[in-house]
Design a protein around this ligand. Structure first.
Ligand SMILES: Nc1ncnc2c1ncn2[C@@H]1O[C@H](COP(=O)(O)OP(=O)(O)OP(=O)(O)O)[C@@H](O)[C@H]1O
Length: 287
């Protein structure tokens, strides 16, 4: 399903949070929404899913306005941090209740995924006895229960163990292959890099930057330590790259192809690279 957002504006009282967000999200892709604490990522997701409705602008799924036809949301799975589970009931109760709210509940699928997430045995316990990570895994399972066409995850991997993070990443990449539309917010650069095709930066109420992570010509930020910085800085100058020297490191921007040219020019002058770190430029907006 294609999601289209036009000029979305929303305020909590006097506090403007979304101030004219326009974007569209296609099938078969994973989108990252990043931004500082309080930038409005959760609020944006709530507006996409009718948890917040008193906004101006439009949100449509396959050209159906969600405010006018909320039934399109039966095809949406959402994980938000602040969904209140029934703590005095078991994991199974919560899974069947919330997982089944929007349609058929597939007990076999629930059991299979719970097993893969090492949560199966704990589903018989009351949620009040869950650790933070177990609660998060239960929320993850709930969001995956209704075979949604659109999946929206607010910080889905915060607090869960490394094995489950890898499991969940692979699960999402498989879902993407089946044509789902997936949005995810995260403060973890590796999760965004491993999962997302495109990244939008939310700041001051709008998307201020967008990065296409599938573009092999994207500019990366390199941070390197070399045996003789003067050789590298000379090569960078010759190749027309600005750079910054910070303690031991030299920092500059280049595409992977440009980096190869710089690297070869340096190596042919016997320069040793002691450390090479690279990161996508979006990384500065994630933390
Ligand atoms: N129910 C609420 N009532 C009033 N203000 C709220 C409410 N929920 C959020 N806000 C405010 O709206 C702003 C955006 O919050 P939101 O939770 O959407 O940000 P976020 O980008 O998801 O942040 P984080 O990265 O910390 O999760 C913040 O200033 C927050 O204090």
């Amino acid at each position: 399903m294609k999601i289209k957002v036009e000029d979305l504006k929303f305020a909590y009282g006097m506090r403007k949070v979304l101030n004219g967000v326009t974007a569209s999200f296609d099938e078969g892709k994973i989108y990252g929404i990043v931004g500082k604490n309080g930038a409005g990522k959760t609020t944006f997701f709530k507006a996409l899913t009718n948890i917040i409705t008193n906004y101006s602008g439009t949100v449509s799924y396959n050209d159906e306005n969600v405010l006018k036809n909320s039934s399109v949301l039966t095809k949406t799975g959402i994980l938000l941090d602040d969904i209140e589970l029934y703590k005095s009931y078991t994991g199974w109760f919560n899974l069947r209740y919330f997982g089944g709210l929007r349609g058929n509940f597939d007990e076999d699928l629930a059991r299979k995924l719970a097993d893969e997430l090492d949560l199966l045995a704990s589903l018989d316990l009351k949620v009040s006895a869950y650790s933070l990570g177990m609660g998060k895994k239960l929320l993850l399972l709930i969001s995956l229960m209704n075979e949604a066409e659109v999946l929206i995850f607010d910080e889905p991997l915060r607090g869960i163990d490394a094995k489950s993070v890898l499991w969940f990443r692979q699960y999402l990449l498989n879902l993407k292959q089946t044509g789902k539309t997936i949005l995810i917010s995260s403060h973890v650069q590796e999760d965004i890099e491993a999962l997302c095709d495109e990244v939008f930066v939310l700041a001051d109420g709008t998307f201020t930057e967008a990065f296409d992570l599938t573009d092999t010509r994207q500019m990366l930020r390199y941070k390197v330590v070399v045996s003789d910085p003067s050789v590298l800085t000379e090569v960078l100058k010759n190749e027309g790259h600005a750079y910054e020297q910070r303690e031991e490191s030299i920092i500059f921007e280049a595409t992977p192809e440009q980096f190869q040219t710089i690297f070869q020019a340096c190596v042919s002058r016997d320069l040793m690279f002691e450390e090479i770190k690279k990161e996508s430029k979006f990384a500065e907006f994630v933390k």
